[in-house]
Design a protein around this ligand. Structure first.
Ligand SMILES: Cc1cc2nc3c(=O)[nH]c(=O)nc-3n(C[C@H](O)[C@H](O)[C@H](O)COP(=O)(O)O)c2cc1C
Length: 454
């Protein structure tokens, strides 16, 4: 058995554990420096991670209390640096670590984003993945040219066409071998092998050809994390790796099984798509020390910040409720599954206090606490029940929890033969993470798109 790991992070003071930036081991004052992220990339590469996965959002969290004050005060995914800018420097400091970049399809023209991804794929030797998101914040909509968000399901309809444009640009606009760089004939690019994509659709018009020649992977490895019914359909139509989130491996098993069945229906090999579950690990030499560490972390929990994060995800402001109030289900245009996880839980009625405590360490994912053997046992159990291929590991205290993973968890994983082999030669991320060739599989929908007529 092999378990794949991605480091799940964000260019912010603290990602999924609001308040924990105040922990003495958090090197938060360096989070906006390049050396902090190059060191962290090297740590997770040594620890056996396949990819540093960088989350991103295009706006501030301003739902809690109706303003952005709580997000600013608590450093709740704020301030936020741009992950696309930093990646070439991180690639230069590592040899085979992949970089998952979150980029929204709702606020930028596909033509511009395609060029940037192709550029990054070149500069990293094909180590780029794209986490395709449609975004869920009103604050982003307001600041990026809309008056309000595009309705939830329509965002995905529009995203389908966005992806069609991207596939035409990545896969069908410039042929293999088009770049000749032939000094004797003076031909740099063979114009016969460059094709305008002539795209005219409901939302996008792109008549011309791709601006950048294809990178080593052509299309970056495609990650997706939609969990609503419409979001899951989008994952089936596009994803090569799918992020899932739940503290219950049994509930995840249903989602993984249903999605694999839907992949089969869509004539895609269901086993070719990898599933990753989010998890946060607190590990120490002994169980008692790990539990003591958790108790210590709890001193730094900040519940107002946790509710700010919850409000940002769900669009629901809990600031007027009492701690004992049970949270209710409402329809929003935000992240519907983040809300449903609490409001439609058959095992429990969640109060405001429960939500704040749960979200405070490790966001919405499970928290695994123990000695190295216990942690690996739990990862194996979770994987077996849920059917996921690996984990997106979030650090509650950064970089300490990634360093501790390398110190305690990696040796135990290696001892049991559970970590993938680290490549000893340059490979693309699609090769190292999916065990595929560098390009999209022939059964991926992008490959079935017709080449534009000449
Ligand atoms: C592990 C994980 C990571 C995610 N990272 C991001 C992110 O960085 N940026 C973002 O806008 N959305 C992110 N999302 C949200 C998803 O893109 C998606 O909106 C969400 O899961 C809700 O699904 P839905 O859009 O189908 O309702 C993430 C979701 C999960 C489960």
């Amino acid at each position: 058995m092999t378990i794949y790991f991605n480091a799940f992070d964000m260019l912010v003071p603290v990602h999924q554990s609001p308040g924990l930036w105040r922990h003495p081991e958090s090197r938060v004052e360096e989070f906006d420096t390049l050396h902090y992220w190059t060191e962290l990339s090297q740590t997770v590469e040594r620890a056996g991670f396949s990819c540093l996965f960088l989350a991103d959002i295009p706006g501030v969290y301003d739902v809690y209390g109706g303003t952005a004050e709580a997000a600013a005060r608590g450093g709740v995914q704020y301030p936020l640096l741009d992950p696309q800018v930093i990646v070439p420097a991180l690639a230069a400091a590592t040899t085979h670590l992949g970089f998952g970049l979150t980029a929204s399809v709702t606020y930028e023209a596909p033509y511009a984003l395609a060029r940037r991804f192709a550029t990054l794929d070149h500069l990293t030797g094909g180590r780029i993945a794209w986490n395709i998101v449609t975004s869920y914040q009103d604050s982003a909509a307001r600041n990026l040219g809309l008056t309000e968000q595009i309705p939830h399901d329509e965002r995905y309809d529009r995203a389908d066409e966005y992806l069609e444009v991207m596939y035409k640009l990545f896969e069908h606009s410039i042929d293999d071998g088009a770049v000749l760089a032939d000094k004797s004939t003076g031909v740099f690019v063979d114009p016969e092998r460059v094709h305008p994509i002539v795209h005219q659709g409901r939302w996008f018009t792109v008549p011309g050809e791709m601006l950048t020649h294809p990178g080593p992977q052509r299309t970056p490895l495609l990650f997706q994390a939609g969990s609503s019914a419409r979001g899951q359909q989008f994952a089936v139509d596009h994803g090569e790796a799918i992020f899932v989130i739940s503290s219950s491996p049994e509930r995840l098993a249903r989602q993984v099984t249903d999605t694999r069945a839907a992949l089969l229906q869509a004539q895609r090999d269901p086993e070719s798509v990898k599933f990753f579950a989010m998890a946060t690990i607190i590990v120490a030499e002994t169980e008692a020390l790990a539990q003591a560490r958790l108790e210590e972390y709890r001193q730094y929990v900040d519940t107002a910040s946790a509710l700010t994060l919850f409000g940002g995800w769900t669009g629901v402001d809990l600031s007027d409720l009492d701690e004992e109030d049970v949270i209710a289900d409402v329809q929003t245009e935000a992240n519907q599954s983040a809300l449903a996880m609490f409001t439609r839980d058959p095992s429990k009625r969640w109060t405001v206090r429960d939500v704040a405590e749960f979200v405070s360490i490790g966001g919405r994912g499970p928290l695994i606490v123990g000695d190295p053997r216990q942690v690996v046992d739990e990862l194996v159990r979770f994987k077996k029940i849920s059917g996921v291929d690996g984990f997106n590991i979030s650090a509650a205290v950064r970089p300490a929890d990634f360093e501790r993973f390398e110190e305690f968890v990696t040796p135990e994983l290696r001892r049991r033969g559970l970590l993938p082999e680290s490549p000893d030669h340059p490979v693309t991320l699609r090769e190292s993470l999916l065990q595929e060739g560098p390009h999209l599989r022939p059964d991926h929908p992008a490959r079935r798109l017709a080449r534009p007529a000449p």
